[in-house]
Design a protein around this ligand. Structure first.
Ligand code: PLP
Length: 412
């Protein structure tokens, strides 16, 4: 049967990771694969209490449709919260979304014609790749450095993309504890990014799901706070500080952008869940949100330290083996010598009962086969120690199976 699918479905890739995750779900496997928050961070009792109250005593608001832009009593505290971080978005410049992923989809829907260029880091968040690909974007990868994108490479990529006939539209960034690499952008790079955006007339999409989960060092102002021109679209989510299953977040940006987003969101889902918005309103009003975030950050600090210590103990001492030391978030990123393919290595890892996420799908240029992502959020500290010991053994076996480096063939 000829299904006559739309052209955009041919450019949309199924997530390889989702397929591989199925292999890692056996209970005897210690998995650092899924990027999920630790369920002990969900405020279950509070949620149960306020959900019952909202359903029984406030159903005209909690079970009814609401406006597409979202409830004002939610947008108002969000606006104040963003302001504490230097970001100036009044409530009429904020749309409540079904978490950050819907924000990505709506940004793509509002801005992208087929072939338009979106600049993303190498590596970048896969859900963003999928959202932009669904609108037939031309995705251009820009190498990452320890303190953010290589901005010289970004400048060159914008120019060559324009020459090749594509319209450069968006730069997508996750400046705080990026998924997947754990990297954080310096203040200098955030400012320079805005300069490039101004020179090249680009919009910056700043995705910040992990911003509030800093466990080391001082916060760096968001790009949206440094932006004096209104070129930044901010994606916020409750997923990592409240509960991802509620699917709740927000998009904030210039007024004209927000108006378009609201119009197109109407066609998508009319509104974001009223009940879940009421739960978030109550969370912000009644819960010790600052204490809760501190609790989550403390938990991940402990787990991240356990993983870093275990890596130092168990990974072969080899300068071609490197990993990031994140200051927050859920992930760290490992680079192995060229020639090791982490997708093939995953089968060996599963035999050793440990799992990770392969790195290549996070790269839009087809590279990254020697990389992998480790999530420290879900496993216990004991499992982290044992899992990294197993991973060290797997890497050792892979290294032993590598042909000896000869001449200039191996770039290391
Ligand atoms: C960088 C980034 N953006 C967006 C999302 C989507 O999160 P949500 O839709 O739950 O807000 C994630 C999820 O892990 C992420 O890592």
């Amino acid at each position: 049967m000829d299904w006559m699918f739309a052209e955009r479905t041919t450019s949309a890739r199924r997530s390889v990771i989702r397929e591989l995750l199925k292999l890692t779900e056996r209970p005897e496997i210690i998995s650092f694969a899924g990027g999920l928050p630790d369920p002990q961070t969900f405020p279950r009792e509070f949620l149960a209490k306020v959900a019952a109250d909202e359903i029984l005593n406030n159903s005209a608001k909690s079970l009814q449709y609401t406006t597409t832009e979202g409830k004002l009593p939610l947008r108002e505290p969000l606006s104040r919260w963003f302001a504490q971080d230097g970001m100036n978005f009044p409530p009429d410049q904020i749309v409540v979304t079904s978490a950050a992923q819907q924000g990505l989809d709506l940004v793509a829907k509002v801005f992208l014609n087929p072939g338009d260029a979106v600049f993303v880091a190498l590596p970048t968040y896969i859900g963003a790749i999928q959202a932009f690909q669904a609108f037939q974007a031309t995705l251009v990868g820009v190498p990452m450095e320890d303190d953010g994108m290589d901005l010289g490479a970004l400048r060159a990529a914008v120019r060559s993309t324009r020459k090749a006939g594509h319209t450069p539209k968006l730069v997508y960034v996750v400046p705080d504890f990026q998924n997947p690499s754990g990297h954080t952008w310096s203040r200098g790079k955030r400012l320079e990014l805005l300069e490039i955006a101004r020179e090249e007339d680009l919009l910056v999409v700043e995705d910040m799901p992990y911003r509030w989960l800093r466990f080391v060092g001082e916060p760096i102002p968001p790009v949206a706070a440094l932006d004096k021109e209104g070129r930044t679209i901010l994606l916020f989510t409750f997923s990592k500080i409240f509960a991802p299953g509620l699917r709740l977040g927000a998009l904030a940006g210039p007024k004209q952008v927000v108006e378009k987003v609201v119009t197109l969101k109407q066609a998508t889902d009319l509104c974001t869940s009223s009940l879940n918005q009421r739960l978030a309103i109550r969370f912000l009003q009644e819960y010790d949100v600052a204490g809760h975030i501190q609790f989550i950050a403390d938990l991940y600090r402990k787990k991240c330290s356990a993983m870093l210590e275990a890596l130092a103990r168990h990974m072969p001492a080899e300068e071609r083996i490197r990993w990031t030391k994140p200051e927050g978030g859920l992930f760290l990123w490992v680079e192995l010598p060229q020639g090791i393919n982490t997708e093939k290595m995953l089968y060996r890892a599963i035999e050793h009962k440990v799992a990770y996420v392969i790195g290549a799908p996070f790269f839009v240029d087809g590279s990254g086969h020697n990389t992998l992502r480790l999530s420290f959020s879900s496993a216990s500290c004991q499992d982290i120690e044992e899992g990294i010991r197993r991973l060290g053994q797997v890497v050792r076996e892979e290294l032993a199976a590598l042909p000896a480096p000869q001449g200039t063939g191996n770039k290391g």
